[in-house]
Every structure is written in structure tokens, then in C-alpha cells.
Design a protein around this ligand. Structure first.
Ligand code: PBG
Length: 356
């Protein structure tokens, strides 16, 4: 017995006689009609695109970049193949290329020479330091580029911590006072957004007040609100030579076991004046992204961090995974969880893929 044409999608004719059980197999008999066949919506590429719930857009991406002192030089980060620290002149080329691919925003991180590091992160608010110089150059050369600066002491700290250290303790309020100066120096240089990334208490409020007091009401705050004490930051610390000299970051960054606390941190940052809230890392914390998205009306950002990048690159280098497909699948999982924006070292690769 042959199934009638009703079984082949797209044919409008010959409705099966649902009352005749002899001619029709069980699956379409009157007693067992399958009304819902989700596969109908997956039949063709056009259909699949039509019903796609989430999508990745180049406009959603923020490209994190590393800048270092010097001229005409770039160094590949060993644990982040394809990612480089650039001197400003070469960074400019890189950023122009990214911008030409449709990437509208960068997040800037500096490699600070060891002899400029101290326990107070003094270099972090030098108005002629590496970051302010880079911001001025980038904003002048690519005015429509959105420049986001990292506000934290770790690249500047001789202790490799995100705060001023005293007797092994990371001091909160003393650190926030430095962060405020750092944020102001970035705003003066022309940064569009400052991104406090260290999880000190009340840094968002202190920075917002100082920015407003100095007239920088248009400078936004991208708050690393739920930032976890994560081993996924390893390659980034290689890139910036910023690993802690003692201990870990668990007295300020969050415990991976906690979710409610992430909501508390988000609430505080919103109350203190954050414009965008962020979850970091992204992949092991998709549930946090989801919960925060349900919780707030603010845009939610996700940071696809260095360790997540390195894992994909390493497996791809071994030929164990299809790199391009895994990148897209990984980033769409963040969108599905609720991320509006994604910081990713894959930004250029994704932009190229999306254009094809
Ligand atoms: C530190 C900072 C870190 C990252 C961004 N800002 C590392 C850390 O907290 O130790 C990590 C980014 C990444 O891993 O890609 N202020």
C-alpha cells in the first residue's frame, strides 16, 4: 500500500479519507491524526528563516581590542590565536577594517608597561596615558565609531588586582576614588561609554555622579554588573600581563554558584545609573543572562570572554569542530538567552560570515 499524496507536503489535492482505516496507515488514521508536525516549519531554508526566533546582527557586536605602546608592531596573544595586541598606528587600521565590516563599537583594553604599574594604579588616570591617547586618535579618525573604555585598575596594578591592596585586602572605597579619576580622564579624551569592570561596590554611582558633575552627561556607563570570578579570563590576563600576583579575585567578583546575587548586583547598578548591564562570562552563564533579561528593561550585554574564544580556536585548530558553525551557534545561544549586545573577539569573523 502506498501513502497518498497527502503525505507529501505542498500538494493540496487528495485529502486522505480519514474514516477509511484500511487504505491509510495508522499515523494518519482518524484515530491518530498528527495535527502538529513541527518539521513542517523546518522543510526549507526559506521557511526556516521565516520562522527564526532570534538572529545575530553585526550591529549587535562590540569588538574588544588590545592596545600597547610603540609603533608599527603587533603581537599575537599566544592563548588567543588570531587576536593581537596592536600599537596605536596598527590598531587604527584594524579598527577601520572592523568598522568597514559594519562593527560599530569597540571595547578598549591597554597593555601597560611594567614600570608604569603601582599599587594605586596611578597611571590609570594619566590624561596623556595610553588609553586617552588611543581614544583621541580613534575618535578623530573614525568619528562614528563608538568607543567604550575599560574602567578598572588591573592592567595598571603592580599586584595584578582590580583594586588598591593593603595587607592582602582589596580596598573598596579607595579603589572607587581612583576609578572615578580614570573614568573622567576617558570622558575628557572622548570616550562614548565607560565600562567599570571590577565589581567594586558603588563604582557605578560614584562614576555617574562625577561624570555629571563635570558635564559629561552624554557619556554612558556599560556596567559589568554580574561579573563572575571565572577561570575563563585566563587568556585575557596573558594578553594584558595582568594576572593577580597573589590570591584570586573572589572577594570582589561573584561566586559561580550564585544567581540571585546577580539580580541584586543588577538592581544596584541600575539604581546607581547604569545604562547597559552586562553578564560575564557568557557561555557558562546563559541562565543568568536569561534571568536578567526577564528582570530589567535595560539593554543586556554578554561578554563572550577570552577563554570561550580560546576553547573554540583550540578545538578548531585540532580539526575537531567546524569553527565557523560553532562560533555562530555559540553567539546565537547568547542572543536566545536574552543578550542584546555581545562583546566578542570573533566580531570580525562573524561580520564576514554574516555578509555572505
Ligand atoms: C578586568 C577584566 C578582565 C576581563 C575584562 N576586564 C579580567 C579579569 O577580571 O581578571 C576579561 C575579559 C576576557 O576574559 O575576555 N578588569
Amino acid at each position: 500500500m502506498v501513502l497518498t499524496s497527502a503525505s507529501s507536503l505542498g500538494s493540496p489535492s487528495s485529502e486522505p479519507d480519514l474514516d477509511s482505516t484500511e487504505e491509510i496507515p495508522q499515523s494518519v488514521s482518524s484515530h491518530n491524526v498528527i495535527l502538529h508536525r513541527p518539521r513542517r516549519l523546518r522543510r526549507t531554508e526559506t521557511l526556516r528563516r521565516l520562522v527564526q526566533e532570534n538572529n545575530l546582527r553585526v550591529e549587535d557586536l562590540i569588538y574588544p581590542v588590545f592596545v600597547m605602546e610603540g609603533d608599527g608592531n603587533r603581537q599575537e596573544v599566544p592563548s588567543m590565536p588570531g587576536c593581537f595586541r596592536y600599537t596605536l598606528d596598527l590598531l587604527l587600521d584594524e579598527v577601520k577594517e572592523a568598522n568597514a565590516l559594519g562593527i560599530g563599537a569597540i571595547a578598549l583594553f591597554p597593555l601597560i608597561p611594567v614600570d608604569q604599574k603601582d599599587n594605586y594604579g596611578t597611571e590609570s588616570y594619566n590624561p596623556n596615558g595610553l588609553v586617552p591617547r588611543t581614544v583621541r586618535t580613534l575618535k578623530k579618525a573614525v568619528p562614528n565609531l563608538l568607543v567604550i573604555t575599560d574602567v578598572a585598575l588591573d592592567p595598571y596594578s603592580s599586584e595584578g588586582h582590580d583594586g588598591v591592596v593593603e595587607d592582602g585586602e582589596i580596598l573598596n572605597d579607595e579603589t572607587v576614588a581612583v576609578l572615578v579619576k580614570q573614568a573622567l580622564s576617558h570622558a575628557e579624551a572622548g570616550a562614548d561609554f565607560v565600562a567599570p569592570s571590577d565589581m567594586m561596590d558603588h563604582r557605578v554611582g560614584a562614576i555617574r555622579r562625577a561624570l555629571d558633575r563635570e558635564g559629561w552627561t552624554n557619556v554612558g556607563i556599560l556596567a559589568y554588573s554580574a561579573k563572575y570570578a571565572s577561570a575563563y579570563y585566563g587568556p585575557f590576563r596573558d594578553a594584558l600581563d595582568s594576572a593577580p600576583k597573589f590570591g584570586d579575585k573572589k572577594t570582589y567578583q561573584m561566586d559561580a554558584a550564585n544567581a540571585r546575587e546577580a539580580i541584586k548586583e543588577v538592581d544596584l547598578d541600575i539604581a546607581e545609573g547604569a545604562d547597559i548591564v552586562m553578564v560575564k562570562p557568557a557561555l557558562a552563564y546563559l541562565d543568568i543572562i536569561y534571568q536578567i533579561k526577564q528582570h530589567t528593561k535595560l539593554p543586556v550585554a554578554a561578554y563572550n570572554v577570552s577563554g570561550e574564544y580560546a576553547m573554540i580556536k583550540a578545538a578548531a585548530e585540532k580539526g575537531w569542530i567546524d569553527e565557523k558553525k560553532v562560533i555562530l551557534e555559540t553567539l546565537i545561544s547568547m542572543k536566545r538567552a536574552g543578550a542584546d549586545l555581545i562583546l566578542t573577539y570573533f566580531a570580525k569573523e562573524v561580520a564576514l560570515m554574516l555578509h555572505h
